[in-house]
Design a protein around this ligand. Structure first.
Ligand code: NAD
Length: 351
């Protein structure tokens, strides 16, 4: 065993089918009296059901969470919190709604409960991405990490199949990059391996039977582990590249992660062969990149950037932006490398 530096997360996790029924108990445990429930417009009805479970601890609903956490929306939510005398938030939804809860906590330091309904993993990271005047900034702060997370797999039974697969691959990307992170530690590697294993087994089962509660529970368990490692160790090429494609080309988050993952892992496979061995053990195949590509095809996930609106003529500009600021990666990255990688991803070639 080599030397390492390990810091566990302080978040409390309640996991289990029906666990949402404990939301009132969770508000009490945080010493709060009036919770503002947050959601996107699309999930307003389900968020209202959560507010009902809160009974007199529900201060109200704010159902305007949206992608990229715009500061104007955060300010509207804060105004409502003040008007209603709310002292905590309950964020019900995917990474976009979790982002709103985090943005409020960043400004007011109010306690947060998160009830995730996708596999994005934001609920267990101290990272906030927010946009102002079209510019995205990323903040890392302890106040941003939700104090309590309720994982209720029943809430994911209706997550559409396409989003289930891309969101699951988004989670797997956190774990794959955690395996070779420069600041990895034995616990992060254990969690990453177990998260990958759980999702690798669960996603094909869900593809065959979307409302299988046992498979949905395994996938959400995997997503928790993958999100946790995203919050504890540094990410490399894969996450930087997806950040550029999302931020500068407005590509959808989970789909972009799903398409890029086999390509970035193939690119790093030689330089991180030992670290990526758990991935090969789970997926088999000649190399981890090709095995991940075959897995995506098997579960019906998209494999080509051209399928999600990325234009071939933008490859050069994306490669330029992605190499403008240096960052650590197990293998050195040049603009020509990224150009070739994005060309393969645009076509959807097996790496
Ligand atoms: P999302 O939150 O944008 O959700 C997409 C749509 O699906 C929304 O309309 C949402 O209401 C709906 N939805 C969510 N769960 C559903 C369900 N169970 N059934 C039906 N519809 C459902 O998508 P996402 O992929 O979860 O999150 C992406 C965002 O999260 C990005 O902005 C990304 O940057 C951020 N993110 C942040 C971190 C972090 O650590 N800061 C980590 C991962 C993702």
């Amino acid at each position: 065993m080599t030397a390492f530096d390990y810091q566990g997360s302080s978040a409390r996790i309640l996991f289990g089918a029906g666990a949402r029924a404990r939301v009132l108990e969770a508000v009490d445990a945080l010493g709060c009296k009036r919770a503002l429930v947050l959601s996107t417009p699309h999930q307003a009805e389900e968020a209202s059901a959560i507010a009902s479970l809160l009974a007199d601890r529900a201060a109200g609903l704010f159902t305007h969470a949206t992608m990229h956490t715009p500061v104007e929306i955060t300010e509207r939510a804060i105004e409502l919190m003040r008007d209603l005398g709310a002292d905590c938030t309950v964020a019900f939804g995917g990474g976009s709604t979790t982002g709103l809860g985090k943005a409020i906590a960043f400004r007011l330091d109010t306690p947060q409960i998160s009830i995730p309904t996708t596999y994005a993993g934001s609920e267990v990271t101290p990272i906030l991405g927010q946009t102002q005047a079209g510019r995205k900034e990323t903040v890392r702060a302890a106040s941003v990490l939700p104090e309590l997370v309720i994982y209720d797999p029943e809430l994911t039974l209706g997550l559409p199949l396409a989003m289930t697969m891309t969101s699951g691959l988004n989670a797997m990307a956190h774990a794959a990059e955690a395996l070779y992170a420069r600041d990895r530690n034995p616990i992060s590697s254990l969690m990453a391996t177990e998260g990958l294993r759980a999702l690798a087994e669960a996603l094909p089962r869900i593809a065959g039977s979307p409302r299988d509660l046992s498979a949905r529970s395994d996938a959400l368990y995997g997503a928790w582990l993958c999100g946790t490692v995203l919050g504890t160790v540094g990410m490399s090429l894969h996450h930087k590249l997806c950040h550029v494609l999302g931020g500068s080309f407005d590509l959808p988050h989970a789909e972009t992660h799903a398409i890029i993952l086999p390509q970035t892992i193939a690119f790093n496979a030689g330089a991180a062969a030992d670290e990526l061995r758990p991935l090969s053990a789970i997926f088999g195949g000649a190399s981890p990149g090709t095995a991940l590509h075959a897995f995506s095809v098997k579960i019906g996930a998209p494999t080509a950037l051209r399928e999600i609106g990325f234009r071939e003529e933008d490859i050069g500009r994306a490669a330029e932006i992605a190499t403008a600021n240096p960052y650590w990666n197990p293998r050195e990255v040049t603009r020509a490398d990224i150009h070739a990688l994005l060309t393969a991803a645009w076509r959807g070639d097996a790496p």
